[in-house]
Design a protein around this ligand. Structure first.
Ligand code: BGC
Length: 721
């Protein structure tokens, strides 16, 4: 929200700025690398890609390199913000140049991808979403902000709220899964956690909502690919999560790499101006994705870099992340009248506004080396990372093997059980080698003896096998799409080998996405979906396996039985005219089921719950539904109660289920609680063929249960009064 005093200051400052200085504010510089054996960043990446060096060697080369922050450009007022400056001292040094050596002394903003932790790494977002706990999401964002801000970061490129219905897409790891409402709630909690309600606080970060919009719908699950969908579907399923995060007060928005129905988001006026600014009243800053403005040439939408700059600025882009198109061409575009001075001023104002809001004009140096050291990896942060990991891991199968009894002799199998750095997952902030604890570390710390399973030795004589399978961190995230979600041959062979021993097997799955876990279901007596759980991976896994913590997480993305089910696997699909059935001519596959292996909302516990007495009635504001949930097992537990609805006769086909509300409820053994949900009328609405928002009179089915497949039903005859 605009503040009159800040608006006055912006106006004064703008009136003193030259055209060149204005253009400089639009440029975010990434710095370039020097000194890595005289190779550029691009050359190192090419060597990694073509296999001349390993990823680890590439990483080492990059970390030995020094950044060239183009200080002469900074002095000349040609840089408005930086990407990825790490360290309070380094940031203060650059900030001092901006403040003391440029003509107008305008401070810099430093942006960094703090996605699920800065040094203390929390579980990947997809994992954390399985906690269904906005308060937890907010607290881990606060933790990230405390650490990153102390290290000179002002803005995080988070939250990502891209609804992700296709697990082939590697970036599903960064999302809250396949549901629109969950992504919105996740985004809202993150924004509040990062920003607090006072951005001038030294431990606050500005949040940047991304990737606007619908990046998660990339065709075929292939990263950066096109997104083409009906305007109705876009409004109903993809847009709401961005809206919720923006309206939670996020001060920046990043347009997506992809094109949306033919227009790249970076030059998409409908998105950047009509929806974002006019409809939602956003007055923060827009910033392109890395190099995305220049990539409009590859999209086939801009003739050259100048044309790309013209289109992006005119569409409503404020900052150019690293492509340099704005820096190189906006001056001539304004002089030629192809971009108006008003348009340029608007962008500059949005950038200056954020700098004022962050308090950078008053206090440009928000931290120092000492504060930075004190802020990271604190006992409180590590405890929070452990809590988040415990609440994120989904128990998918348990034939009574778990929790494990103390004193069992353990056989530890699978490389991932021994690897610390794989636990951090994709986009792990400023992760340093060794920061995470592996399963092996966890066992060592607890003094639990185990024998390692190796390929060339006979299986050790033990009571139970813990078998780590799944993905390494580089196998998910950006540019990590997969055409197959099956387990690797090695994982399947290992599972079979262990099963043949006749000893019980616990499969612990590490991954950044849903995988096809059929072979694990066949071979293992218990399966724990651990995702990439972060700093406290090993300890949190053992907390669950040994029963110190009762698992409560539930899937926020459906798990496929076969890769070919993607992308039609998601829970809120439609029925079609021929819903899948025994009859041949129905909507199904010849060689795979239509149902997921594990449905949305699914997750086991060491206790069990019984649902009874569902009721639903119409109220003035919408629908009121209730259900009784009882803990009928022998342990305390937390059950995530999910409330869905269906509109079975509508003017456009509607999903078979749509999540309307949920509640995480703590229950002692034997205890029962009546859980109530109020579904607002607007949640029942959708867009008709002419894009009118409509709510139907008639039957609304309410389905409540512990996952989308196992629910009780109550009907409401809804009539708008
Ligand atoms: C990603 C963004 C990220 C940016 C800056 C891009 O490749 O798509 O999500 O914020 O890089 O690191």
């Amino acid at each position: 929200m605009k503040h009159p005093e800040i608006e006055k200051r912006i106006k004064e400052l703008l009136s003193k700025m030259t055209l060149e200085e204005k253009v400089g504010q639009l440029h975010q510089s990434g710095g370039s690398l020097v000194g890595a054996f005289d190779l550029t960043f691009e050359e190192i990446m090419t060597m990694v890609e073509d296999g001349r060096i390993t990823e680890e060697e590439g990483r080492k080369m990059l970390s030995n390199a020094k950044h060239d922050w183009h200080e002469d450009d900074l002095r000349a007022g040609r840089i408005g913000s930086y990407l990825n400056v790490i360290g309070a001292e380094e940031m203060n040094r650059l900030q001092r140049i901006a403040v003391e050596e440029t003509r107008l002394g305008i401070p810099l903003i430093n942006g960094f991808d703090v996605i699920h932790g800065f040094r203390t790494i929390a579980p990947i977002p997809l994992a954390e979403s399985c906690a269904w706990e906005p308060d937890l999401w907010q607290r881990t964002a606060r933790m990230s902000a405390e650490e990153a801000s102390a290290a000179g970061v002002h803005m995080t490129f988070s939250p990502m709220v891209d609804v992700s219905k296709d697990p082939r897409w590697g970036r599903i790891a960064e999302s809250a899964g396949e549901d629109a409402m969950l992504n919105g709630l996740y985004g809202e909690a993150k924004v509040k956690g990062y920003q607090t309600n006072d951005l001038t606080r030294h431990d606050a970060l500005a949040a940047c909502v991304k990737h606007f919009a619908a990046y998660g719908a990339a065709e075929g699950g292939r990263d950066y690919n096109r997104v083409d969908m009906s305007p109705q579907r876009f409004e109903e399923e993809y847009l709401p999560s961005y809206e919720r995060a923006v309206k939670a007060g996020a001060r920046a928005v990043m347009p997506a790499f992809n094109d949306l129905s033919g227009v790249p988001c970076s030059v998409n006026k409908k998105l950047l101006t009509d929806i974002l600014r006019k409809r939602w009243g956003f007055d923060g800053m827009t910033i392109s994705d890395a190099n995305a403005i220049a990539e409009c040439i590859n999209h086939g939408i801009a003739a050259d870099r100048k044309d790309a700059a013209r289109q992006a600025l005119n569409a409503g882009m404020d900052v150019d992340m690293t492509s340099g198109c704005f820096l190189d061409h906006v001056k001539e575009l304004v002089e030629a009248g192809e971009v108006s001075m008003d348009k340029l001023d608007e962008a500059v104002k949005n950038i200056l506004r954020l700098k004022f809001e962050l308090g950078l004009f008053v206090d440009p140096y928000r931290s120092n080396a000492e504060q930075e050291k004190a802020a990271i990896l604190t006992p409180a942060h590590l405890a929070l990372a452990r809590e988040a990991a415990q609440k994120s891991m989904v128990l998918l199968k348990n034939d009574g093997l778990l929790p494990l009894k103390a004193g069992l002799r353990i056989g530890l199998a699978g490389k991932l059980a021994f690897e610390r750095d794989e636990m951090c997952g994709t986009w792990a902030g400023n992760y340093q080698a060794g920061d995470c604890k592996s399963v092996q570390d966890g066992l060592d710390t607890e003094g639990i003896s185990y024998q390692a399973v190796t390929e060339d030795h006979p299986l050790p004589d033990c009571d139970v096998f813990l078998c780590a399978i799944g993905e390494r961190k580089a196998e998910s995230g950006e540019a990590a799409s997969r055409a197959s979600l099956e387990l690797t041959k090695e994982d399947i062979a290992l599972l079979k080998r262990l099963k043949e021993s006749g000893k019980p097997v616990v499969a612990v799955v590490f991954a950044g996405r849903p995988l096809c876990l059929g072979p694990a279901v066949e071979c293992a007596d218990a399966i724990l979906m651990a995702w990439h759980p972060g700093a406290e991976a090993g300890p949190a896994i053992l907390d669950i396996l040994f029963g110190r913590v009762n698992p409560s997480a539930k899937l926020t993305a459906s798990f496929p039985a076969a890769t070919g089910q993607c992308p039609t696997l998601y829970y809120d699909h439609i029925h079609t005219g021929r819903p899948a059935g025994k009859f041949k001519y129905t909507s199904k596959y010849l060689d795979a089921p239509v149902e997921p292996l594990f449905p949305f909302g699914f997750g086991l516990s060491y206790t069990s719950y019984q649902y009874t007495d569902i009721s639903a009635v119409q109220t003035e504001k919408g629908i009121h539904a209730e259900i009784t949930v009882q803990n009928i097992g022998e342990r305390d537990g937390n059950e995530i109660v999910q409330c869905f609805f269906r509109d079975p006769v509508a003017q456009r086909v509607r999903p078979v289920r749509k999540l309307a509300a949920f509640e995480k409820v703590a229950l002692q053994p034997g205890e029962s609680k009546r859980i109530a949900f109020d579904i607002p009328k607007a949640a029942l609405g959708y867009y008709d063929q002419d894009m009118n928002f409509v709510i139907d009179d008639g039957l609304i089915e309410i389905h409540i249960g512990g996952n989308v497949r196992d629910t009780l039903q109550a009907d409401v005859h809804f009539i708008q009064k």
